[in-house]
Design a protein around this ligand. Structure first.
Ligand code: MLT
Length: 393
């Protein structure tokens, strides 16, 4: 028996698992420190009433012989939820989708990794860096060749394809994790043009789309002309509706996306029906409620709450004259570490001196060195307390 040698090329821990270990060590040594967690982007507000009510109804259905449901059969999601997603795309983004272009899953992270099943291991992958580590790690696991396009303060952490770069698969994330930067329409048009010229496929991570408040910024790659021929979009209810623990997301693969004569939608359908048995009925009913009028109103109230946290953090950094990006249309604030500290030095400093946890930029790649990510998903009280501690420091 031989193991997959590629695993030996990975760092020992997944970024957030490594950070969790560090926090545990610190809190064991300092049991009296009230740690404020602005690290991993985990939500703190509970599920909204529209969702919990829908889930309660679904639980009752599951307890009655007449309405009980077993296997979903398809593993791609119930029609009611796929229709709800299509309705949302139509009204919120003016993008028309067919129900069978939408695949329901347990979240964007799984799909972003699993989608690689349908691509050859020989493909070259282009990744803008700094980056959500899942894109890099899953391709290392598969032994793919990875090339990078460099994000920096000079390009506002919105890197574009470089001259002569030849890629088959491209990852884009906008609003970006970790930097909170958002591509504008013109920039996404250039990415789509590049993908079309190279016959490449864009894997567009839109997990944070609901945080876009500036209506001029694209909230879906499919708002860009031609994108249905070259892009797959991944979305999640984790950040949108507080489903980090509940688990539900969706992936959109347009029928027009065809490579080597094969519609990628068909390949993904084959993959999912073989390897996935679907998201629980109860969760899908909760997810459907997110896209109803009441659900949308309620979850947008939660997004406003997190964006207010982001505003409080941004305002503090402005006062302290610390360079940052993100925050306005994203739940992440990406700041330059003060006094030329490295990312990990600043992580330790902030934890030890102020009891605040953030995420070191270097954990998102070499271009993240010297930067630091703060998440706006904490409680408003914690965020206020955190900025006071930062100012004092
Ligand atoms: C993050 O903090 O980057 C995210 O919460 C991680 C994730 O969504 O998997």
């Amino acid at each position: 028996m031989k193991i997959n040698e590629n695993y030996k090329k990975l760092k020992t821990d997944y970024l957030f698992a490594g950070i969790a270990k560090k926090i545990n060590v610190f809190s064991e040594k300092n049991p009296n420190v009230n740690i404020i967690r602005l690290g991993i982007g985990d939500v703190t507000l509970p599920l909204v009433p529209a969702v919990t009510e829908a889930m309660r109804r679904a639980v009752s259905e599951m307890g009655e012989a007449e309405t009980f449901r077993g296997y979903e059969n398809s593993g791609v999601g119930y029609l009611f939820l796929r229709q709800a997603v299509c309705g949302y795309y139509s009204t919120a983004k003016n993008v028309k989708l067919n129900e069978d272009e939408v695949f329901i899953s347990d979240g964007a992270k799984s799909d972003l990794g699993n989608i690689l099943d349908i691509f050859s291991a020989d493909n070259t992958v282009l990744i803008p860096e700094p980056v959500y580590p899942v894109y890099v790690d899953t391709n290392i696991m598969a032994g793919r060749n990875i090339i990078y396009t460099e994000g920096s303060a000079d390009n506002g952490f919105l890197p574009m394809p470089g001259r002569g770069m030849k890629a088959d698969i491209i990852y884009l994330c906008s609003p970006n994790n970790p930097t909170g930067a958002v591509y504008n329409k013109k920039q996404l048009e250039l990415w789509v043009e590049y993908a079309m010229q190279n016959g490449a496929v864009i894997l567009f991570d839109a997990a944070y789309e609901v945080f876009i408040r500036d209506k001029n910024l694209p909230a879906s790659i499919f708002q860009i002309e031609g994108a249905k021929k070259c892009a797959i979009e991944f979305c999640s209810l984790s950040k949108t509706a507080g489903f980090t623990g509940t688990r539900c997301g969706y992936t959109v693969i347009p029928h027009e996306l065809v490579r080597e004569g094969e519609p990628l939608n068909k390949l993904w359908l084959r993959r999912q029906t073989t390897k996935f048995n679907g998201v629980p009925y109860i969760v899908q009913r909760g997810a459907e409620a997110v896209f109803g009028d009441e659900g949308l109103k309620q979850i947008n109230g939660n997004i406003d709450y997190y964006l207010e946290n982001a505003r409080v953090i941004s305002e503090t950094l402005e006062k302290l004259d610390i360079w940052f990006t993100g925050g306005g249309n994203a739940p992440y604030i990406w700041l330059r570490c003060p006094d030329n500290m490295s990312s990990w030095e600043f992580f330790d400093y902030l934890l030890e001196k102020a009891g605040i946890v953030g995420t070191p930029g270097a954990g998102f790649g070499k271009n993240g060195e010297g930067y630091f990510r703060l998440s706006a998903f904490g409680s408003a009280a914690d965020v206020k307390e955190a900025v006071q501690r930062i100012v004092k420091l």
